[in-house]
Design a protein around this ligand. Structure first.
Ligand SMILES: *Cc1c(COP(=O)(O)O)cnc(C)c1O
Ligand code: SF4
Length: 448
C-alpha cells in the first residue's frame, strides 16, 4: 500500500509488536525469537516500514524485514539459549536486564577504539558527545538525537539505544561544541550523527544548526547530517506539520554560505521506490541541500552486485550522490551480517562495472577501523604473491591517506585486524598507531 498523505507515525517495540496486524503471518516461534533477540539487540519498527517497505508475502527473504526484525540467527546459539532460558524462568526485570547486559558486553559494543582514542578534551573536561578522529571533520552526537524512527538489526550504535549509559555518547550543550571548534580552526566539517538527528523536533534541532548560520568564530564550512529518515520516515519532509520549517532552515543555512548535506543511509533499492521517499528527496533537493548516500554491505540484506548497481542508479536518477560502501562492523550481530573482505570487494567490483561514471563517486568497500577508513582496493598479484591491496581513505594521521599497502591474501578475513602484512611483519602505520594509543593511555593515568 502506498500513501502520499501522511499516516500518523506509529512505532512498535518489544511489548507492542504483537499488535502489528501483519505479524500474524509469522509462526509463534518466530515471534518468540523476536522477543528473545530483541531483549539484547535494539528493536523498534514504525508503520511506514511495515506498510510501505516490507513485502509481507515474502517476509522471510525480504531485505527490509531482515533489516528491522530480529531473528533467531542474529544471536549466537549459546546467547540465544541463555536469554530464552531467563525469559522462560523469571519475570524479574532486573535479572533479564542483567543477562542482556552481559551478552551485549560480549558483542564488542564499542568497536574501533571509539572511546579510548576519539573523545577530545576542552580545558581538561572530556567532551563525550564529540569524536574528533580525522583532522578536518568532527562527529557530534546531539543528546536529543540518540534514537531512530526504526532500528536496524545490524546497527553498531546499538549501545546508545539500549541504556548502556556509561558508553553513551551524548552532549547537551552546543556551547561547548562551538567553543571547541573556535579553538580548532582545522575543523571545516561537522557531521551530526546519532541515532538519527532527524528524529528531533524542529525547535530542538534548530538549536544545533543556528549557531553555524549566525556569524561565529568557527571555521565550519560544511554541515553534514547522518540520517536514515529518508529510508524510515520520509514524511518528515513532506506533509509533517514541521516539514516546511525544516526546509526553510536548510535553505537559510545554504543561503548563508554553508554546504549542507544529508549523509543518507539507504541499505536497499526498495527504500528508494515509494512515492513518499521520492517526493521527500525532491523537496529536500529544492532547498539546495545535497544528498549523499551510504550503506554497509550486509549478508541477508544487500550482498549482491545487481542490488548495489540498481541502488546507485536509482540514487543518481533521483539526484543523490553515491558516497560510501562500508564493510559491516565488527559488532553486534556481526556473524549474521558479515561478508569476507575479498567477497565484498568482488560484489563491489561487479556492481561498479555495471554503472556509469555518475555512480562511481561511490568509494569502498571501506572499513571504519581503529587507524582510519581503510578501502579494499582489490586482489592483486605482486611477484607471484597473491595479495589484498588496501589504502586509507581517512587516517588518524592524514599522512597515511592514499598510500597503497598490501596484506596477505585471505578469503576468510572479514576485518582489518584479521589481515597480515604481505611483506614485513607490520603494516606501515602500526608503530605510529601504537604510540598514539600509549600517549592517550598515559594521558588517562596522569588525569587521575
Ligand atoms: C567517516 C568519518 C568521518 C568523515 O570522513 P570523510 O572522509 O570526510 O567522509 C569523520 N569522522 C569519523 C569518525 C568517520 O568515521
Ligand atoms: S538508522 Fe542508523 S543509527 Fe539508527 S538503527 Fe539504523 S544504522 Fe543504527
Amino acid at each position: 500500500m502506498h500513501l502520499l498523505t501522511q499516516p500518523n507515525y506509529k512505532a512498535y517495540a518489544l511489548n507492542t509488536f504483537r499488535n502489528i496486524p501483519q505479524i500474524e503471518r509469522l509462526s509463534e516461534s518466530e515471534r518468540k525469537a523476536i522477543e528473545i533477540v530483541g531483549n539484547v539487540l535494539p528493536f523498534k519498527v514504525n508503520n511506514y516500514v511495515i506498510d510501505e517497505l516490507i513485502d509481507w508475502d515474502n517476509y522471510a527473504d525480504d531485505p527490509l524485514f531482515n533489516l528491522v526484525f530480529p531473528n533467531k540467527e542474529m544471536l549466537l546459539p549459546e546467547h540465544f539459549s541463555q536469554m530464552e532460558h531467563i525469559l522462560q524462568n523469571t519475570t524479574d526485570r532486573n535479572l533479564i536486564r542483567e543477562t542482556a547486559y552481559k551478552i551485549r558486553l560480549k558483542l564488542n559494543p564499542h568497536p574501533a577504539g571509539q572511546v579510548e582514542l576519539n573523545v577530545p578534551e576542552l580545558e581538561g573536561v572530556k567532551l563525550t558527545g564529540i569524536q574528533h578522529k580525522y583532522r578536518e571533520t568532527l562527529l557530534f552526537f546531539p543528546s536529543s538525537g540518540q534514537t531512530c524512527h526504526s532500528y536496524c538489526t545490524f546497527c553498531f550504535r546499538w549501545p546508545q539505544f539500549v541504556g548502556m549509559n556509561e558508553i553513551k555518547f551524548a552532549m547537551r550543550e552546543t556551547e561547548l561544541l562551538v567553543k571547541y571548534l573556535e579553538q580548532h580552526q582545522e575543523v571545516t566539517d561537522i557531521l551530526f550523527t546519532g541515532g538519527d538527528p532527524m528524529i528531533m523536533k524542529y525547535e530542538v534541532f534548530r538549536q544545533y544548526i543556528e549557531p553555524f548560520i549566525e556569524s561565529n568564530r568557527t571555521n565550519i564550512q560544511s554541515i553534514r547530517i547522518g540520517t536514515k529518515s529518508l529510508g524510515f520516515w520520509p514524511y518528515k519532509f513532506i506533509d509533517d506539520e514541521e516539514s516546511d520549517k525544516f526546509l526553510a532552515l536548510f535553505e537559510r543555512a545554504i543561503k548563508s554560505g554553508i554546504n549542507l548535506a544529508f549523509m543518507s543511509h539507504f541499505n536497499h533499492p526498495n527504500e528508494l521506490k515509494t512515492p513518499a521517499v521520492q517526493k521527500a528527496i525532491r523537496r529536500l533537493r529544492n532547498t539546495g541541500l545535497q544528498i549523499r548516500t551510504q550503506s554497509p554491505l550486509l549478508r541477508h540484506i544487500n550482498d549482491d552486485a545487481d542490488t548495489w548497481a540498481e541502488m546507485w542508479r536509482e540514487q543518481v536518477n533521483q539526484n543523490c550522490i553515491p558516497y560510501y560502501m562500508f564493510v559491516a562492523r565488527d559488532t553486534g550481530a556481526k556473524h549474521y551480517f558479515e561478508v569476507p573482505l575479498v567477497h565484498t570487494w568482488e560484489i563491489f567490483r561487479k556492481a561498479y562495472q555495471q554503472v556509469s561514471g555518475l555512480c562511481r563517486t561511490v568509494r569502498g568497500p571501506s572499513m571504519s577501523a581503529t587507524p582510519g577508513k581503510v578501502q579494499v582496493l582489490g586482489v592483486a598479484r605482486i611477484a607471484d604473491k597473491k595479495v589484498i591491496t588496501l589504502r586509507f581513505l581517512q587516517g588518524r594521521n592524514p599522512d597515511w591517506v592514499a598510500r597503497p599497502f598490501f596484506a596477505e591474501y585471505d578469503d576468510k578475513a572479514t576485518w582489518l585486524n584479521e589481515l597480515k602484512p604481505a611483506f614485513g611483519d607490520r603494516f606501515f602505520y602500526e608503530d605510529e598507531l601504537e604510540r598514539m594509543y600509549q600517549a592517550k593511555t598515559e594521558g588517562h593515568l596522569s588525569d587521575n
